[in-house]
Write a protein that binds this ligand. Structure first.
Ligand code: HEM
Length: 232
């Protein structure tokens, strides 16, 4: 009987749980759309925004709330090795859509909305940097794929997805704050930074750890064979 290494079981379970959390939170975000179609200014998010809502903010808001959940769901699919192996062409087509959606819709709309962040300038700066960082990682990942540097492509796209998941982490933190009845006005501002800097730092720490243990990630210039060499 073939023995499956415990570490592999652990990693698969962890990935499955993380995917379920992303889907669960995305689902509840989408359910919240009933407050946005039409805009309900008594709802949590839209309260107090009536004065500037109609105009550019409205366009940014609606494109953002529709493109964000798509980016999360498609990101999950694109990260799957099984999906990529099953159809490299589908990976490439979906990847192009994801790149365009994140670069030209999610990030610019998030950047616009950042200046109106409900919790003030500290959160506004964090969201603006998050938009720029996500756009940069996505653009660099796309460029690496075009140059057939697949190891590098994967690393930039992992970063892009982790940054997109800030939307999930932020909502989990918000839920935790409600359950713990946190009253501090600082809580949301700290959460706006923690939601992307900590997951990104964890991802980088994992890369450094693997590197230190001698499992060097592929060199930036290296062409990696079988993944999708003929198709990406
Ligand atoms: C680059 C990544 C992102 C940036 C920079 C960003 C930025 C923002 C900003 C600044 C706001 C308004 C916050 C406020 O006024 O307090 C917002 C709201 C929102 N974002 Fe994002 N966002 C990103 C990714 C996502 C993703 C991946 C989703 C998918 C679920 C998403 C869904 C939403 C929704 C639905 C709202 C409206 C508030 C709500 O219903 O919770 N965002 N985002």
């Amino acid at each position: 009987m073939t023995r499956i290494p415990l570490r592999s079981v652990f990693r698969t379970t962890l990935a499955a749980v993380a995917a379920l959390v992303v889907l669960r939170v995305t689902g509840s975000v989408v359910l919240g759309f009933r407050d946005y179609f039409p805009a309900n200014f008594d709802s949590d998010f839209l309260r107090g925004r009536e004065s500037y809502f109609f105009g550019p903010y409205q366009s940014a808001f609606y494109t953002h709330i529709l493109s964000g959940p798509l980016a999360l769901v498609f990101g999950l699919v694109l990260l799957s090795d099984r999906f990529r192996t099953w159809s490299p062409t589908a990976h490439r087509v979906l990847g192009r859509f994801q790149g365009l959606n994140v670069l030209f819709v999610v990030c610019p709309s998030g950047l616009w909305m950042a200046w109106y962040a409900a919790t003030g300038p500290i959160a506004a700066v964090s969201f603006a940097l998050l938009a720029i960082a996500t756009g940069a990682c996505t653009a660099l990942g796309w460029r690496a794929a075009v140059c057939r540097q697949y190891g590098l492509h994967k690393r930039w796209m992992n970063r892009s997805f982790v940054l997109l998941c800030s939307a999930v982490v932020l909502r989990v933190a918000g839920g935790l704050g409600t359950v713990l009845e946190v009253e501090s006005p600082w809580y949301d501002q700290i959460a706006s930074w923690v939601c992307w800097t900590v997951p990104l730092a964890a991802l980088e720490a994992k890369g450094i750890w693997r590197f230190a243990r001698g499992r060097r990630p592929s060199r930036p210039g290296a062409v990696q064979p079988p993944v999708t060499a003929s198709t990406q």
